[in-house]
Design a protein around this ligand. Structure first.
Ligand SMILES: [Zn+2]
Length: 235
């Protein structure tokens, strides 16, 4: 991940790029990459048990056969974003290849969720390139990275995950993956703890008000208690 100074420079250059959510609300943003996975349902169960919303960055080539998981994500108030079609690093792709990767992924998502607009994109490995920044303005889409990495893919304990994340602050975007039991165990510990300190857990949304992440009709049908939150939130 880029240094703090590099992050500041990059976000100044590219307003549609985010490492964290700015604003005064004491909110944390859980995000899960690389699904849908055979164990994604277990993460959804964990989030439902704690009644928190999160964001899933989806790989287009993993959707087939797991369509119901995407429908469940949206029905339970989570955000579905794109994570490319086949997890190739943007540094290895030219502009046209980047657009194709993004388009194939978003088409695979909207084939399952016709009312959903996947305006959020997380590049594989968090890799950035000039081609990607250019592509994000042309399509357009928002690039969402993270401010805290759980490194759950190599953690041996929930303590290790907590150590990797450090002390969380309002606006932090937390990176997890949705296939690990340890991740679920950690969430069972941390959600009540941070909630007791006054934090809320929110799903990420598009920074551009003209491009809402959720189509209005879907909000009305599936997420009746979310309408006010969308209108009132400042990102
Ligand atoms: Zn990934």
């Amino acid at each position: 991940m880029a240094s703090r100074l590099a992050r500041m420079l990059l976000t100044a250059l590219a307003p549609n790029l985010r490492y964290r959510v700015r604003g005064s609300a004491p909110a944390l943003y859980l995000s899960f990459d690389d699904g849908p996975h055979s164990r994604t349902a277990a993460i959804l169960d964990t989030l439902a048990r704690h009644k928190v919303r999160a964001s899933f960055f989806i790989l287009g080539n993993r959707i087939a056969g797991r369509e119901q998981l995407l429908r469940r994500m949206v029905a339970e108030g989570h955000t579905v974003g794109a994570h490319s079609y086949s997890h190739r690093s943007p540094r290895r792709l030219n502009r046209q290849q980047l657009q194709e990767e993004h388009l194939r992924c978003t088409r695979a998502i909207t084939a399952v969720l016709p009312n959903w607009r996947p305006t959020l994109y997380r590049p594989p490995y968090g890799h950035l390139s000039w081609n990607l920044l250019r592509c994000s303005r042309e399509v357009p889409f928002d690039i969402v990275l993270w401010s805290r990495d759980a490194r759950d893919y190599r953690a041996k304990s929930t303590h290790a995950i907590a150590h990797n994340l450090g002390t969380l602050e309002a606006g932090d975007i937390l990176l997890f993956h949705d296939q690990f039991q340890l991740t679920r165990d950690y969430l069972d510990e941390m959600i009540p703890r941070y909630r007791a300190e006054g934090f809320r857990f929110e799903a990420l949304e598009s920074a551009a008000p003209s491009r809402p992440a959720i189509a209005p009709e879907l909000t009305a049908d599936c997420l009746p208690d979310r309408t006010g939150t969308i209108a009132g939130r400042r990102h």
